[in-house]
Ligand binder design. Structure first.
Ligand SMILES: C[S@@+](CC[C@H](N)C(=O)[O-])C[C@H]1O[C@@H](n2cnc3c(N)ncnc32)[C@H](O)[C@@H]1O
Ligand code: SF4
Length: 445
């Protein structure tokens, strides 16, 4: 086990997209080309998955890998909402018809930084311009320290039925090390109140591999899970990328668990979750049997996008707000990453695009393989696959019992599930064409 962990603890993408962002080819992306792809998908299917990035947080959690803007000044809310609505209008002006919202996700940053009435104003303005699909999934990310009863009530009235609560770890010392301010009481309050109001699904975000985190901390966190029984758990591997995220420089690398201890933290968490009745549904994600995520994993309908795993698949995703990513399946586009650049672009009246990628036929094929592996732990060969090259790269994982090679494809074995990023890497033609020289990805374990 130790040998395997050491061998496979190499930098590797988390595969929220393929090609992964460092391999996108368009350093800038023309608005007309991107919208052409958007319109083409929309003409076939008017359903839309809308992601709204709400970047503000009052305090910086030093481990954070997200795109956020730290401020205590709530006067930023209204101009930001106006910018998002202006961006949305630019899409509406280009779409040949009224969109049908099938997925809606408020991510961040901290969506609950915003006053509930401001969130209402934002959502109602969007709902006036779109229909809502009969089967829809509306979700938001909630920080326990800023989520009030009013947030929960207003978002429920607006149709949100899924809440994802950032818990990370419950130990006070660990929370202190990561500069995160929340109490157990707040986590309990948000979870129980969401249930009482009628939310269908409560998710907890947890992290293993944080500085100073030990077995006892995982046990303590899972005690709380056992107590509150959220429907889903995202049990993330701490991604240490201090060259990208300044806050993480506050950590001494010697205080982070090594690959072996980190994997032991995961294994403890996984065992305790399974004892509580959770099922592993994909990389780092667990779900109770009554939740749609488990059911879609059973039927093979599970899908993965930039926001993580989802039980529904919508071909067109539009991202609004700073750094948000859109995806047509034939193209990706990401918005400008700083608030000032984003707001300037909107004020100038053009889509605030930073970079993107148009997928080749080979990209699309590899993307399907990676999605299949991430969501179903198996994939079947397609005509034109560079099978010999992929099999050569899988020779070691095969020898180590991580994959089964079948006449029609590849299947991840039970022990292989812990090395999914490494297995996907074997399919990643763009990575092997240009192996990164410097630090680009976080460690796979
Ligand atoms: C935008 S935050 C969630 C909402 C809210 N800002 C909060 O912190 O509660 C998204 C999630 O990403 C995860 N995350 C952030 N930085 C991470 C990192 N460096 N490694 C692994 N997971 C990370 C955390 O679990 C966090 O809850
Ligand atoms: S973890 Fe959440 S609250 Fe903390 S800085 Fe990141 S986005 Fe903000």
């Amino acid at each position: 086990m130790q040998e395997l962990l050491e061998k496979y603890d190499i930098p590797a993408p988390r595969y929220t997209s393929y090609p992964t962002v460092p391999y996108w080819e368009e350093e800038t992306i023309a608005e007309s080309e991107w919208t052409e792809h958007v319109v083409r998908v929309f003409e076939r299917d008017q359903r839309l998955s809308l992601y709204l990035h709400l970047p503000f947080c009052e305090k910086l959690c030093t481990y954070c890998g997200c795109n956020k803007h730290i401020t205590k000044n709530h006067a930023v809310e209204s101009p930001y909402i106006q910018a998002i609505l202006a961006e949305w209008k630019m899409y509406l002006d280009r779409l040949p018809g009224r969109p049908v919202l099938s997925e809606l996700h408020l991510g961040g940053g901290t969506p609950t930084f915003f006053h509930p009435e401001n969130l209402r104003q934002l959502m109602e303005a969007i709902f006036e311009t779109a229909d809502i699909a009969p089967e829809h999934e509306f979700s938001f990310e909630a920080h326990p320290s800023s989520t009030t009863l009013e947030h929960l009530e207003v978002l429920y009235e607006l149709g949100f039925r899924r809440i994802s609560i950032g818990v990370q770890d419950v130990d006070e010392e660990i929370l202190h090390v990561i500069n995160r301010f929340q109490t157990l009481e707040q986590v309990r309050f948000v979870t129980r109140t969401a249930r009482e109001i009628g939310y269908d699904s409560v998710n907890f975000d947890l992290i293993f591999g944080l500085p100073f985190q030990q077995q006892a901390h995982i046990v303590k966190t899972m005690d709380l899970v056992g107590n509150l029984m959220p429907d889903r758990i995202a049990f993330y591997s701490y991604a240490h990328v201090p060259w990208l995220k300044n806050g993480q420089r506050a950590f001494d690398e010697a205080d982070l668990p090594n690959a072996v201890s980190k994997r032991a933290l995961y294994e403890t968490g996984k065992t305790l979750l399974e004892q509580l009745g959770y099922h592993d549904v994909g990389m780092d994600h667990f779900s109770l049997e009554n939740d749609a995520l488990y059911q879609s994993a059973q039927t093979g309908a599970l899908h993965r996008n930039f926001m993580g795993y989802t039980p529904v698949f919508t071909p067109l995703s539009i991202g609004l707000g700073v750094s948000a990513i859109g995806d047509t399946f034939s193209a990706f586009a990401q918005n400008l990453k700083t608030l000032a650049e984003y707001q300037n672009a909107i004020a100038e009246g053009h889509l605030p695009l930073l970079r993107g990628h148009f997928l080749t036929e080979e990209d699309k094929r590899i993307r399907m393989h990676i999605l299949n592996l991430m969501c179903r732990y198996e994939t079947n060969w397609q005509p034109n696959d560079k099978k010999d090259l992929i099999l050569a790269r899988l020779a070691e994982p095969f020898a180590d019992g991580l994959v089964e090679i079948r006449p029609f494809g590849v299947r991840v074995t039970e022990p292989g599930k812990g090395y999914l990023r490494n297995i996907c890497l074997a399919f990643d033609a763009r990575y092997w064409d240009k192996v990164p020289g410097g630090r680009v990805f976080s460690q796979a374990v």
